[in-house]
Design a protein around this ligand. Structure first.
Ligand SMILES: *[C@@H]1O[C@H](CO)[C@@H](O)[C@H](O)[C@H]1NC(C)=O
Ligand SMILES: *[C@@H]1O[C@H](CO)[C@@H](O)[C@H](O)[C@H]1NC(C)=O
Length: 211
């Protein structure tokens, strides 16, 4: 387009009209996209937002808990059974990853154990068992003293901590991965026979879950 053409008032009016039309179209498109995004967000919020999975501790056995002095290293062996429940009636859960370790006195006493991935249907329950082991894990200098104190009192509190990734399944749609954490506390009797004898305890404690 030449400058002469652009200067003509008639052309200018026509061009302005075209631009306004194009802006209108653009605005319309933007509004549509915005509305779609808002609708999708609402759908996700109201329908797709599932309740978090539930876990409870069924049984726990401490088969070994030995401590060496200077440096303080712990050997441990813990077996546990967890009940996993999907509270959603319309949403399935893919557990792609779940690692569990045991913690005692704020010290990690086993390495994380990975549970095999599994799918949990609507409202389903699954029993999960895991064998946790720690060999020569370093602990704080106060650990030995605190263990002895628990032994005197006759009980100990062991935490089982899990973390992993899950995906929600709604009809045939599968969500992206969400990180989740599980935290269970178990109170166990702790007699003077330890570490020569295992501690076994049936539990029914509900674990806390965050997604
Ligand atoms: C822990 O296990 C290692 C390897 O089996 C062993 O050498 C060490 O003595 C054990 N420590 C204790 C405190 O039992
Ligand atoms: C470690 O614990 C086991 C069982 O709890 C026991 O048989 C063993 O003697 C302990 N080992 C040491 C080095 O204390």
């Amino acid at each position: 387009m030449s400058r002469m053409d652009a200067k003509s008032p008639q052309h200018c009016a026509k061009k302005g009209f075209h631009i306004r039309k194009r802006y209108k179209k653009l605005l319309y498109t933007l509004c549509t996209i915005l509305l779609s995004v808002i609708s999708i967000a609402f759908i996700i919020y109201f329908i797709l937002r599932p309740s978090k999975p539930e876990f409870s501790l069924k049984e726990i056995d401490i088969n070994q808990l030995n401590l060496s002095s200077s440096p303080q290293l712990v050997n441990s062996s813990v077996e546990l059974t967890l009940l996993s429940k999907n509270p959603n009636q319309r949403v399935g859960i893919y557990y792609d990853e779940l690692n569990i370790y045991a913690s005692y006195k704020n010290q990690q006493i086993t390495v994380p154990t990975s549970l095999p991935p599994f799918y949990q249907g609507h409202g389903d329950n699954n029993l999960l068992t895991a064998s946790l082991v720690g060999t020569g894990l370093p602990v704080a200098p106060s650990f030995g003293y605190e263990v002895k104190r628990d032994q005197t009192v006759g009980k100990l509190v062991l935490y089982l901590k899990g973390n992993g990734h899950l995906r929600w399944k709604i009809v045939s749609w599968v969500s992206g991965k969400y990180r989740f954490n599980v935290n269970c506390a178990a109170v166990l009797p702790f007699g003077p026979s330890i570490p020569s004898g295992p501690i076994s305890s049936k539990q029914g404690t509900q674990c806390s879950t965050t997604v």
